[in-house]
Design a protein around this ligand. Structure first.
Ligand code: SAM
Length: 439
């Protein structure tokens, strides 16, 4: 890689920089603040080129712009180059350089919150740096950033969380944050920040992107509109717009009982159900076949050899015990949506889909390939059918309620009817273990 390219990349990783495009601001943020531009002081503490605030000037009549800027806009960034670019950007709105330099300054605002002597309350709009503490701790050039995570901020997991806490501690009333969606959906990476922050802020609006919006990061982000509350929240209800191939509305209820995590319906459902007595295991391995030779012929699908658009089939001779085990377990789990309506993740009959008695795997297992499911004790044919139907029905019900949030996005494709998702094997097991099997 070219030297300067590499150093740009290094800097990007170090400071968590990726620029917010003016378009995102104009499309998703500006419409919601445009009627209030005269009521607040507009601040971005991690301003980059200033694209999240400066376009507000478009709404101000040209003869009033300089005054508006001087009194109501303040931008900061730790990088001199960024501040220089933001100043140039302000100049392009006809703000004289002298005035721009006063309100656009270099500062480490994670370390020190700027004191602004302003008349109107602060409205903070920002796309803060994102950097996971695990990354920081592993990279020498980032070690200095560990200092942010001390005292009351100890235990937080990402730079953006430090930014949120600083706003809380400085009693900022209104904020718009562009942050990783894991703020809403994450477990260990965001439980603590939600527990500390969300008792004091409600979410008035959110736009959740299930697609890449920034050039330099694959992280999915959400735009969150926060407003400080006077009394502590124990639940937060909000409507969000989710954007992937299509646009959907979804309501979330966050509760302190779940560390204010969004999308807990799957876990809640599992917890609310009684467990059955089935023992579930996955995979028929080549090793098990080799260890159980005999006279019974079985035709098996080799889940790792894919030729001319299909998996290859192989015959083996196995002993009675393994033969019975294979034949009495005719179901497989499809963990990944195929992309068409009848190929959704779920339980299916191996015979129907592949025309074999079973599915084996040699060597490393792949969780996204078809996987034979083994159930103990063996179920009757009627019970198997009931298990399959109930499992798929419940899975699809939960997917509909949660917009499949408990699954992982497998591949973004804008033209598929739906976003293809992956169902974790442990989730499949959890669900199998609560299906009520009748005798
Ligand atoms: C994700 S970018 C924000 C881009 C910006 N919102 C825009 O629209 O152009 C994060 C910015 O925060 C800055 N930054 C990182 N650490 C900082 C710190 N401790 N104090 C102030 N700014 C910081 C980076 O230099 C970078 O420009």
């Amino acid at each position: 890689m070219h030297h300067t390219e590499k150093s740009i990349l290094m800097k990007r990783r170090t400071l968590g920089e990726h620029l917010t495009s003016v378009n995102i601001f104009k499309e998703y943020i500006l419409p919601k603040i445009k009627d209030k531009i005269n009521c607040y002081t507009w601040v971005d503490l991690f301003a980059g080129e200033g694209n999240l605030i400066l376009p507000i000037l478009d709404l101000v009549p040209e003869e009033k712009r300089i005054e508006f800027f001087r009194d109501n806009i303040f931008l900061f960034d730790i990088q001199k180059e960024m501040v220089e670019r933001a100043i140039k950007n302000a100049e392009s709105y006809r703000i004289p350089r002298m005035i721009a330099e006063k309100n656009i300054q270099v500062k480490d605002t994670l370390k020190e919150y700027p004191l602004l002597n302003v008349k109107k309350p602060i409205y903070h709009i920002t796309n803060p740096p994102y950097l996971y503490i695990g990354y920081i701790a592993k990279h020498k050039e980032n070690f200095g950033q560990l200092d942010y995570f001390t005292a009351s901020l100890k235990g937080l997991q990402d730079l953006y969380q430090i930014a949120l806490m600083n706003d809380l501690q400085n009693e900022i009333n209104q904020m718009v944050y562009i942050i990783p969606s894991n703020f809403l959906f994450g477990h260990s990476v965001s439980n603590l920040i939600r527990r500390k922050f969300l008792p004091w802020y409600k979410i008035n609006d959110a736009i959740i992107f299930e697609k890449k919006i920034f050039e330099n990061t694959g992280v999915n982000v959400a735009i969150c509109f926060f407003e400080r509350t006077t009394a502590k929240n124990s639940t937060i209800k909000f409507k969000a717009t989710k954007i992937n191939g299509e646009i959907k509305e979804r309501e979330y209820i966050l509760s302190h009982k779940n560390d204010y995590r969004a999308g807990t319906e799957f876990d809640d459902y599992i917890k609310s159900q009684e467990k059955n007595t089935l023992k579930i295991s996955y995979y028929l391995t080549k090793k098990e076949i080799d260890n159980n030779p005999g006279n019974n012929k079985v035709l098996l699908l080799n889940s790792k050899e894919y030729k001319n658009g299909e998996y290859i089939k192989e015959s083996f001779f196995v002993n009675d015990k393994l033969y019975e085990k294979i034949i009495r377990n005719p179901l497989f789990i499809r963990t990944v949506d195929t992309g068409n309506e009848n190929g959704r993740a779920g339980l299916y009959y191996i015979k129907d889909v592949f025309g074999t008695d079973g599915i084996f795997v040699e060597g490393n297992t792949y969780r996204t390939n078809p996987i034979q499911v083994f159930i103990e004790p063996y179920l009757s044919l009627k019970q198997l059918k009931q298990l399959q139907l109930s499992f798929n029905q419940k899975l699809n019900e939960l997917r509909a309620i949660t917009d499949s949030e408990f699954m992982t996005t497998y591949k973004y494709s804008n033209n598929a009817k739906y976003t293809r998702k992956y169902l974790g094997l442990s989730q499949a097991k959890q669900l199998l273990e609560v299906i009520d099997i009748k005798n």
